[in-house]
Design a protein around this ligand. Sequence first.
Ligand code: NAG
Ligand code: NAG
Ligand code: NAG
Ligand code: NAG
Ligand code: NAG
Ligand code: NAG
Ligand code: NAG
Ligand code: NAG
Length: 308
Amino acid sequence: MALSLHLHHRLPLALLLVVLVAASHGVPTSGDSYDPSLCLKPQLCGSVNISYPFYLSDDTGVLLGNSSSYCGYPGLGIKCDGGNQAVLELGGEKYIISSINNTGGLTVTVVDHEVDEEACPKIDHNVTLPRWLKIPDGTVEYIVFFLDCNFGTEFTGQKPDTNSSITCPNFMSLGPRMSFVFLWEDVPYRDTNWWQGRCQVFQVPVLKDRLGQGDPQDDPGWKKGGFRNTLLAGFPLAWDYQKPLACEQCEGTKGQCGYNQTGQFVACLCSGGRVGDHNNCTAATPGKPLSKLVVLVLPNCSGDYWLL
Ligand SMILES: *[C@@H]1O[C@H](CO)[C@@H](O)[C@H](O)[C@H]1NC(C)=O
Ligand SMILES: *[C@@H]1O[C@H](CO)[C@@H](O)[C@H](O)[C@H]1NC(C)=O
Ligand SMILES: *[C@@H]1O[C@H](CO)[C@@H](O)[C@H](O)[C@H]1NC(C)=O
Ligand SMILES: *[C@@H]1O[C@H](CO)[C@@H](O)[C@H](O)[C@H]1NC(C)=O
Ligand SMILES: *[C@@H]1O[C@H](CO)[C@@H](O)[C@H](O)[C@H]1NC(C)=O
Ligand SMILES: *[C@@H]1O[C@H](CO)[C@@H](O)[C@H](O)[C@H]1NC(C)=O
Ligand SMILES: *[C@@H]1O[C@H](CO)[C@@H](O)[C@H](O)[C@H]1NC(C)=O
Ligand SMILES: *[C@@H]1O[C@H](CO)[C@@H](O)[C@H](O)[C@H]1NC(C)=O
């Protein structure tokens, strides 16, 4: 609607003013947007249903200039290996997700990939947790691996019976070395720390309430790989982090929280690829561009005013 007034006024300085006023009543907004494919629809990976605030760890993108950001909570990025195995990576090690529980709190139960892949799994790493994940108190026991123990002839202290060492072929090593695996509470001569400087020690959490009834010490199959059954129960990891207020408010208005690579909240992601102003997805969608005032001053022309 170009209202055009053609006024002929002669001014001493002979100016031509072109004044463009495009007034609009839109809500003031930054109008930022994001690639909506960043926020995934719930989807199955094998039997695991992945949905916000979990996210696919490959689904990252730029959010307000923050590269490698994602739509979900820090620590909850999942890889769907081979399209059917949901994997959480912790400290560079793969853990296979056996279940996700997001009622009440956010908990995933995971199993070390070695347990999944080997008949007699040799776990040679401790669990490394990012600061957003915790093992819920009181839910696990530890299975402890003592690998490649070298007692030598000078060792006169008390140590486990040689006949309790692991007999799986993949644990055998050159020289007079032995490996053992015990529930922590069953470790013989615990107070003497016989393993110090002699073995590599790694511990693996296992769900307490999934430990078998029988005592591994009475189970002749345990040292031949029977411990794998216990490890298969996996262990729980809970998201244990204080959500920033901005994220709370965002979710309260049906938005989803976008975080960056260092785990800081970056933006409130609303439907349709819109970034919520003030971390609020309820606010009206932006209207026309904001009021623009363009004044062109062209001196010494005919002295006509054009008001469009
Ligand atoms: C996956 O979870 C979402 C959100 O909790 C739910 O709406 C959907 O029905 C689930 N899908 C399957 C296949 O279980
Ligand atoms: C990351 O996003 C925040 C907004 O939450 C912004 O202030 C900051 O400049 C961005 N950082 C980079 C590196 O672009
Ligand atoms: C993550 O966001 C915070 C806050 O906006 C910012 O200070 C930090 O530089 C960002 N980190 C990266 C890697 O973008
Ligand atoms: C999921 O977690 C809630 C709360 O911690 C618990 O009550 C419920 O039994 C769990 N569901 C499953 C299937 O484990
Ligand atoms: C190991 O041998 C000792 C006797 O030397 C025996 O008492 C013990 O039961 C054996 N342990 C296992 C696990 O076979
Ligand atoms: C693994 O954890 C155990 C128990 O905390 C510890 O004694 C051992 O040194 C750790 N191993 C490594 C390589 O950090
Ligand atoms: C979000 O914006 C709407 C509309 O401006 C407002 O009514 C509502 O109170 C805001 N919600 C929050 C949590 O700020
Ligand atoms: C504009 O007009 C004034 C006198 O009317 C003159 O002094 C000035 O040089 C002119 N400027 C230009 C850009 O033509």
